[in-house]
Design a protein around this ligand. Structure first.
Ligand SMILES: Cc1cc2nc3c(=O)[nH]c(=O)nc-3n(C[C@H](O)[C@H](O)[C@H](O)COP(=O)(O)OP(=O)(O)OC[C@H]3O[C@@H](n4cnc5c(N)ncnc54)[C@H](O)[C@@H]3O)c2cc1C
Length: 508
């Protein structure tokens, strides 16, 4: 079915070209609307964009391709075969974890037999428990996909209706991810393996609702995939589909104001003073920025003090490193976890300073893709989760860069890392603010996924008063992550097309 579900074709402006902005543009242009995307930066993709230097190509933000079913569904909805756009490889192992105090790292797979054997070697009896845990995660994922993820909420009764109450009783909605995992697994190593996913949701295992143990199913059954060229290949694919359907992109064009009259959208004003009329506006920009800057005090749905009280996802200390020579100790995705998990999490979620000797993530995509680094060299992406709004001086940041190189080199057995670096760029709190208008420099573009900041409790994707103003992106529903932002785009499409079903669309 094509171009026939929305009778009145509209002029639509999208502010921001993040994944949800591009996804919304693709769905709406495919159904015949006239779509213009205004992006403040010189490149498209928002956090999912790239930085290139001296033969290296770095994904600037996301690097884990998870939930392949959601990507496939989205491309299908657009009438596209994903395999014509992305060359996908299932990573095996999925990732390597270095644990503080352990002699050697452990590899984990999206293969139950292999993972059971590893679990058994660490905690006898845990292999069988893993199988049961993943089975229950799969069940939770299926319910969430059918009842929660693809649903727009207008009132608490949309969230807790009869159907959800029946199914919901079987879901661990009110316990934490930590309690669910720790009940079944006593080894601190295995507890970490099954809880680290909460960082991807911008929160800690203590605060993360137990239903997110469905992340273990996504990780260990669905697998970790890699599109050749990096996650930016997803951005490129969406841009190509948008262009095919006539979307017009305006880069280097920040929007300064959303315009409305009598609570109806009239268009936007650009930072250069030009006014552009539109019947519908979708803001994919940071939601706090949208409320406080683009709408302003009188029209915003939420006040600055509301935002200030919310727990944002952490910020990130990032280094993009081009390294001479190969690094045998690494796999594609590498994680280092501190022994004192609680202190590490508290340093990230409760403090305001750069954490000392932290847990970290090191991506080495050149292990799977020779196009991202020159021959015989490695491409590294270092990510240390740090507090949103973290404060430091320029000198402290420079010292931290040197400390982190030493820390990574020691913990992941990379001799002479410091002397082998030929390309280096640091990206930290102030860069998230200046590049993406991110509130407190939060990295994942939204609030942390705690129980009170998820589903119905997350900011809605419509404005309470201004008609034809919508929000798309990680700040609204369903939340953080590239596939989740594609769902956010579908939810905005459903709003505009007046579709109120809880399940994924089968056609446009
Ligand atoms: C370091 C890092 C690692 C991550 N790792 C993963 C991962 O491995 N897997 C995963 O699935 N997800 C990951 N994420 C999360 C994921 O990248 C985000 O949730 C997702 O990309 C956010 O997309 P979005 O649609 O909300 O838009 P954003 O990417 O936030 O883009 C918003 C856009 O709006 C633009 N904008 C802002 N203000 C204005 C304005 N006034 N006028 C015009 N344009 C404006 C910005 O420039 C930006 O381009 C990661 C994120 C980061 C930062």
């Amino acid at each position: 079915m094509q171009n026939n579900s929305i009778p009145n074709k509209k002029k639509i402006i999208i502010i921001g070209s993040g994944i949800a902005g591009l996804g919304s543009a693709a769905l709406l242009s495919k159904t015949g609307h006239q779509v213009h995307v205004y992006e403040k930066n010189d490149r498209l993709g928002g956090r999912a964009s790239i930085w290139k230097k001296d033969g290296y190509t770095f994904d600037m933000g996301p690097s884990w391709y998870m939930m392949p079913d959601i990507f496939e569904h989205f491309f299908e909805l657009l009438g596209e075969d994903i395999n014509n756009h992305l060359s996908l490889k299932r990573l095996s192992p999925s990732y390597r974890i270095f644990f503080e105090g352990e002699q050697k790292p452990y590899d984990f797979y999206s293969d139950l037999k292999k993972n059971k054997a590893i679990f058994e070697s660490i905690e006898p009896g845990s292999g069988k428990k893993l199988a049961a845990h993943l089975k229950s995660g799969k069940y939770q994922y299926e319910i969430a996909r059918r009842e929660f993820m693809f649903k727009n909420y207008d009132s608490i009764f949309d969230f807790i209706n009869k159907r959800v109450a029946t199914e919901g009783r079987k879901l661990p909605l009110f316990s934490s991810m930590e309690s669910i995992v720790n009940k079944n697994f006593t080894s601190p190593i295995l507890q970490k393996v099954l809880q680290y996913q909460t960082v991807l949701l911008g929160t800690s295992p203590k605060k993360c609702p137990g239903i997110y143990s469905l992340m273990n199913h996504i990780d260990m059954d669905g697998g970790i995939w890699y599109p050749q060229g990096g996650l930016y290949a997803v951005t490129q694919a969406l841009v190509a589909i948008c262009k095919k359907h006539g979307v017009v992109f305006h880069t280097n064009t920040p929007v300064s104001k959303i315009k409305s009259y009598n609570n109806t959208i009239t268009g936007v004003q650009l930072e250069n003073g030009t006014s552009i009329p539109a019947e519908v506006v979708i803001s994919n920009a940071d939601l706090t920025h949208t409320d406080t800057q683009l709408l302003g005090k009188k029209r915003a749905d939420r006040t600055f003090s509301y935002w200030n009280k919310k727990k944002m996802s952490p910020s990130g200390f990032i280094m993009y490193l081009g390294v001479d020579g190969e690094i045998p100790s690494l796999d594609h995705h590498n994680l280092y976890f501190l022994k004192d998990w609680d202190k590490g999490n508290s340093d990230v979620f409760n403090k305001k300073t750069l954490p000392e000797d932290p847990s970290f993530y090191l991506c080495c995509p050149s292990k799977s893709d020779r196009s991202v680094a020159p021959q015989g060299k490695e491409n590294l992406f270092l990510l240390v989760p740090i507090p949103a709004g973290c404060e430091y001086t320029q000198q402290e940041l420079e010292d931290y860069q040197a400390d982190m190189i030493t820390h990574v080199s020691e913990k992941m057995n990379i001799p002479d890392l410091g002397t082998r670096i030929e390309v280096s760029r640091t990206f930290c709190v102030e860069d998230f603010v200046s590049e993406y208008n991110a509130f407190k420099g939060n990295a994942l573009s939204g609030m942390a996924h705690s129980l009170t900041q998820t589903a119905f409790f997350r900011p809605n994707n419509t404005h309470s008063k201004i008609k034809n103003l919508y929000f798309a992106g990680a700040g609204t529903n369903p939340g953080i992550g590239v596939p989740i932002c594609l769902i956010s785009a579908e939810l905005v499409y459903k709003r505009i097309a007046n579709i109120n079903t809880p399940e994924p669309l089968s056609a446009l």
